[in-house]
Design a protein around this ligand. Structure first.
Ligand code: OOG
Ligand code: MG
Length: 262
């Protein structure tokens, strides 16, 4: 059973207000414990629909909570997906204004630029590789709209999976030239190593994660469109983004990407 549309609307209102006021709210499942994952995706769709009405464009999609390190950090073992919006694109080298965010964190991801539409069902790793125009490295800046960055799977889905900003490297590689599962990476904060991982951390292979996404979208009557940027899932636990510090992820073959904040 799905919720009445008035409940979807009022929950979307709460999330919209938290974003606009840069103020954390109580997670939705505190007063609506029965919120299902389908209800949560309906709230997410409403939040995204409003942003598109306000002039933003959907530029891609993201997987979340796919890596064990992320699942352990957040206490949620349910992979999820969200939408990337044009307002969240952040240029490499520009400091992130912390005043625009609540309590941002940063996580390294392998990013695929999709060149040909991917429609389920039964999308495979090879389909994803063949449809991929280029591969890059990126940092996702997540910013849960919930107090203490604490949520259930339904809460985080409704909150468009904490999506805030993305910083994508300008260096591109061809997906056919790389084994994406074996791309190693380091994550440093102010030059100090804080985590290491490999592409396989997201569902065994970043292209498998994107295939799962395409098949989930198909079940909802959607597809991955040509030109979409896909953030294939954070590969390490996320680290807080604080004023004055520099977070750098360095990937084998893909180069590095950094972010600072003020
Ligand atoms: C949810 C979003 C997780 C990822 O890549 O795992 C995510 C969160 O941790 O706030 O984007
Ligand atoms: Mg992420």
């Amino acid at each position: 059973m799905t919720f009445a549309s008035s409940v979807i609307t009022s929950h979307a209102d709460r999330i919209e207000t938290a974003v606009a006021q840069r103020a954390a709210i109580a997670r939705l499942t505190i007063d609506t414990p029965e919120l299902s994952l389908d209800d949560a995706y309906a709230i997410q769709a409403e939040v995204v629909r409003r942003r598109v009405l306000n002039g933003e464009r959907i530029i891609g999609a993201k997987l979340g909570l796919t890596a064990r390190a992320k699942q352990i950090q957040m206490g949620v073992a349910q992979p999820v997906f969200g939408q990337l919006l044009s307002g969240g694109v952040h240029q490499v080298g520009e400091p992130v204004p912390l005043a625009e965010l609540i309590h941002p964190r940063v996580e390294p991801e392998i990013v695929l630029l999709i060149g040909e539409r991917l429609t389920g069902p039964n999308v495979t790793r090879d389909d994803v590789i063949n449809a991929t125009e280029s591969v890059m490295c990126g940092l996702e800046i997540i910013d849960s709209r919930y107090a203490d960055f604490s949520f259930t799977a339904a809460d985080v889905i409704a909150d468009n999976t904490s999506a805030a900003k993305v910083v994508t490297s300008t260096h591109t590689e061809n997906a056919n030239d790389l084994d994406l599962a074996l791309i190693g990476l380091t994550l440093e904060v102010d030059g100090e190593l804080v985590a290491t991982a490999a592409g396989a951390a997201t569902m065994g292979h970043p292209a498998d994660a994107v295939a799962v996404l395409a098949n989930w979208l198909f079940e909802r009557g959607q597809s991955i469109d040509a030109g979409w940027l896909i953030y294939s899932g954070g590969l390490t636990a996320a680290v807080p983004l604080t004023a004055g510090s520099t977070i750098t992820a360095t990937f084998a073959s893909l180069g590095s990407v950094s972010v600072t904040a003020h």
